[in-house]
Design a binder for this molecule. Structure first.
Ligand SMILES: Cc1ncc(COP(=O)(O)O)c(C=O)c1O
Length: 361
């Protein structure tokens, strides 16, 4: 037994809570990359103001989900995906001068420039701005890129995209970042002669997988966007993480060199996040009373166990050393907060085990 469960009610509740916490008039997009299951995408398309997509595949999902608006971003866009975005009437977050040239050969399009600012970074596990990264246009090059945009007949420059980080847990710092992003955008637009309509501050609201911390959304409410400027957020993790559970049956229990291992029907090829980030993802034991076999049922009690997967690699580890009161072969381990960057970032085909069942409730 091995499954993902996604809960639409939780998705709707998260979206409603975030909408209520954002400054009045701000727009909320869902970053599809966090979880592209069509039912998740459709649920969040209905519960938010639109979707942020980062590939032609996500764009197609967003269109199928009936998104009210689509923003198309990402550092490596193909001509085919740019054509599809323009045809879909998406707003494009452009990341380079070359991308503007390519877009202008496709058709009329509204564009926000993604900028990697000199400052304007944030704490968090995945820094994308305020540091050397392949994302966006270096702030020093912005005047030249804006000058180029003015010469391109089909490009309508409407503002900036300033996504800076993923998984920031500090709500007050995040609100200060947004304030600063707005101030910077107004000043930069004025100095470069852009009629500012749009500032997208990205996503990045964090989720604490191993402890009790929560991202405090309250400080965001105090932000006041300048008149006539759309302030747009595009989180993924915060909306989807709590709406997903990954469940895997214990296939064997082993003791080697002083450690207990619960070997699962599943693993990091389904839920890669803990291995990718190098942390231990907590689980809950779901006891399964049935044992329909004539041979004895292996079991442990009051020991720490490592939850490991079915792959032939010592890196296939979801959890290290979690205490269990009792655990038997045939019980199921349930990993909560698996709704974002879980299945979607995992290397599904490695070893060709069957995929997990997907349940959407
Ligand atoms: C451009 C962009 N927008 C939004 C997101 C969503 O970020 P998060 O899931 O941390 O909210 C990401 C993720 O890295 C991103 O790259």
């Amino acid at each position: 037994m091995c499954a993902y469960v996604y809960d639409r009610e939780v998705l709707r509740a998260r979206a409603a809570a975030l909408k209520a916490a954002l400054p009045a008039g701000a727009e909320l997009l869902y970053a599809v990359k966090a979880n592209g299951h069509p039912d998740v995408v459709a649920t969040l398309a209905a519960a938010t103001d639109g979707l942020e997509v980062a590939s032609g595949g996500e764009l197609a999902l967003a269109q199928a989900a009936g998104a009210r608006q689509i923003a198309f971003g990402g550092p490596a866009k193909t001509d085919a995906s740019l054509r599809a975005a323009v045809a879909a009437g998406a707003l494009v977050h452009a990341e380079s001068a070359l991308e503007l040239h390519r877009l202008s050969h496709i058709g009329d399009v509204a564009v926000a420039l993604r900028v990697n600012r000199r400052d304007g970074g944030l704490p968090g596990s995945h820094q994308m701005a305020g540091a050397p990264t392949p994302f966006g246009i270096d702030e020093a090059e912005l005047p030249a890129v804006v000058a180029l945009a003015r010469t391109l007949p089909h490009i309508r420059l409407i503002g900036f995209h300033l996504h800076a980080v993923s998984n920031n847990l500090d709500g007050a710092r995040h609100a200060a970042f947004v304030d600063d992003a707005l101030r910077w955008s107004v000043a930069t637009a004025a100095s470069l002669g852009i009629a500012l309509e749009y500032v997208n501050v990205g996503g990045g609201f964090g989720v604490d997988y191993t402890g009790p911390a929560t991202f405090d959304t309250a400080p965001l409410a105090a932000i006041v966007p300048p008149d006539g400027v759309r302030l747009v957020f595009e989180p993924g993790r915060w909306l989807a993480a709590d709406a997903g559970w990954y469940a895997a049956e214990v296939l064997d229990l082993k003791h080697t060199h002083g450690r207990w291992f619960a070997v699962l029907r599943g693993g990091t090829h389904h839920f890669r996040l803990p291995a990718a980030w190098g942390y231990s993802h907590p689980f809950t034991v779901l006891p399964v009373p049935d044992w329909p076999h004539p041979y004895p049922r292996p079991s442990v009690a009051e020991v720490p166990v490592d939850a490991v997967g079915e792959l032939c690699t010592p890196r296939d580890v979801l959890t290290r050393g979690q205490w269990v009161d009792r655990l038997r072969v045939g019980d199921v381990l349930v990993f909560g907060r698996a709704g974002a960057y879980g299945w979607d970032i995992s290397h599904h085909e490695f070893l060709r085990h069957p995929p997990p069942q997907m349940f959407v409730v």
